[in-house]
Design a protein around this ligand. Structure first.
Ligand code: HEM
Length: 454
């Protein structure tokens, strides 16, 4: 592997960062030391910080490339930390400084370790990329509250319940494909297929009127916004979403059905879930179940259609295996940088010797863990037959995604149905012309124009 060179930079607020030597200096920043490898840069900065008597810490601004991304790239700092197998004390755009955890073993151990807490976040200035600390419902709890709510959710969202949805999900994909017709002009797959498909599925499961889907887009963006919306706009949109969900619960109460909201409302009436917990939970399930699936599906289609060998493979056999879907999940960095912060409830010694002190934050990065060469052979290549693939795209530990199986069913149905119906589907522009959306934590694209040839 070619070792890249870095320089250290500083600004007038005494903040430090590291830049790839080929990256232009951001405005307000100046060069602090000459180029060297990342490890030397980090050590140099740590020593400098110590000399300044400031806790021996070097809070390097993260992400070093800024929050926006141009494609599927991973922040160069994270890639280097993987190689060095070390943690780094970073300064995220909002909230407390934190330990950035990048390699597979350490990320998984943080997620599985109950000494790291989500429930402590409100007692700190939560370390994050979004202007507003998010109300993450179940994702913001530790045991025993988490166990109680998660068992209610799991009873409604079991593996068998998810698998039972497979036929209906495939049917929805085909119904939406019927509506596309066979236009000779390019169509935008994001607007005309991916968003309505993932919206229809989550609406049916939850019992949310699909006609209301135009409202959801801004709510999804609010939850994921880094720079797209400011804190007030996010708070306003979240209030609007809670008001909408509150009204929906009241309508359901009068006539409970067999959808997810009815099931959770029943649990609320049986005293297992408070009113506030019910409202926050259904809000988070709608967002989590819509946003990540649509992003993963549009990016999977983008990756496949950008590669003529993959497109040909799908044309010859449109039935992607679960192994292939898992590899798309590993390969595509849907979470742009990190997942939710955790706070240490006691001092924890990590494998590289770093001591995370009680009350300090950690930022686990699922996407860099999924690129760890110690676990994934040739991590940079997409290998749709990769047999050993313990990817962390659904997380690990108590918060592991309850919608993972459903998500995989949807992604598979979306890709396979399109290729079954349109074996000659092709991109209508070059892959370089596809623009990634800016200011959002969940990676997605504005448009995916394609020709739908039979
Ligand atoms: C490609 C699709 C999906 C991906 C990549 C994904 C990813 C994740 C990840 C990484 C977490 C854990 C985050 C952490 O520990 O910091 C999570 C949690 C969660 N996801 Fe998903 N998810 C997907 C689909 C879904 C779907 C379809 C639903 C629901 C319909 C869903 C609902 C949830 C919920 C409720 C949690 C919180 C669980 C808890 O705190 O116990 N997700 N998801």
């Amino acid at each position: 592997m070619n070792q890249r060179s870095f320089i250290t930079i500083t600004n007038q607020n005494d903040e430090f960062s590291i830049l790839d030597e080929n990256t232009p200096l951001p405005s307000g920043w100046q060069k602090f030391s000459d180029k060297s490898d990342l490890e030397t840069c980090i050590t140099f900065l740590q020593n400098t910080w110590e000399e300044k008597g400031n806790q021996g810490r070097c809070p390097i601004s993260f992400p070093i490339q800024g929050v926006d991304y141009k494609g599927l790239e991973i922040d160069s700092l994270q890639k280097e930390l993987l190689r060095l197998k070390r943690l780094l004390w970073v300064k995220p755009p909002y909230g407390d400084n934190a330990w950035l955890v990048s390699n597979f073993k350490e990320v998984r151990s943080v997620l599985r370790d109950d000494r790291f807490s989500r429930q402590q976040c409100p007692f700190h200035n939560e370390s994050r990329l979004t202007p507003h600390p998010l109300d993450t419902s179940i994702m913001g709890l530790d045991a025993p509250d988490h166990t109680r709510i998660r068992s209610i959710l799991d009873s409604l969202f079991s593996v068998s319940a998810s698998l039972a949805l497979k036929d209906r999900v495939e049917e929805s994909a085909n119904e939406l494909i019927d509506l596309l017709g066979t236009p000779s002009e390019p169509i935008d797959l994001v607007e005309e297929f991916v968003m309505p498909f993932s919206g229809l599925t989550i609406c049916e499961i939850m019992g949310v009127p699909f006609e209301d889907r135009s409202k959801f887009r801004i709510w999804l963006d609010s939850f994921s916004s880094t720079t797209l919306l400011d804190a007030d706009q996010v708070a306003e949109n979240m209030d609007a979403m809670h008001a909408y969900m509150g009204e929906l619960i009241e309508i359901k109460r009068k006539n409970l059905g067999d959808d997810l909201i009815s099931g959770l409302t029943r649990a609320n009436e049986e005293g297992k879930l408070s009113d506030k917990e019910l409202l926050e939970l259904i809000t988070v399930v709608l967002i989590a179940g819509h946003d990540t699936v649509s992003a993963q599906l549009m990016l999977s289609l983008f990756v496949i259609l950008s590669d003529s060998t993959l497109t040909q493979q799908l044309k010859e056999d449109p039935n992607l295996s679960n192994i292939a879907i898992k590899e798309l999940l590993r390969y595509i960095p849907v979470d742009a940088y990190i997942t939710f912060a955790r706070y240490a409830k006691e001092d924890v010694v990590m494998a590289d010797g770093t001591v995370i002190k009680q009350g300090e934050a950690v930022l686990p990065s699922l996407i860099s863990a999924n690129q760890d060469p110690e676990v994934f052979e040739n991590p940079d290549s997409l290998d749709l037959n990769r047999s050993k693939n313990p990817h962390l795209m659904f997380g690990a530990g108590i918060h592991i995604c309850p919608g993972g199986i459903l998500g995989m069913i949807e992604i598979k149905a979306g890709i396979c149905s399109l290729f079954q119906r349109f074996p000659n589907i092709s991109l209508a522009v070059s892959p370089e012309e596809i623009r990634f959306r800016e200011g959002l934590q969940v990676r997605s694209i504005y448009e995916l124009p394609v020709y739908l040839k039979k």
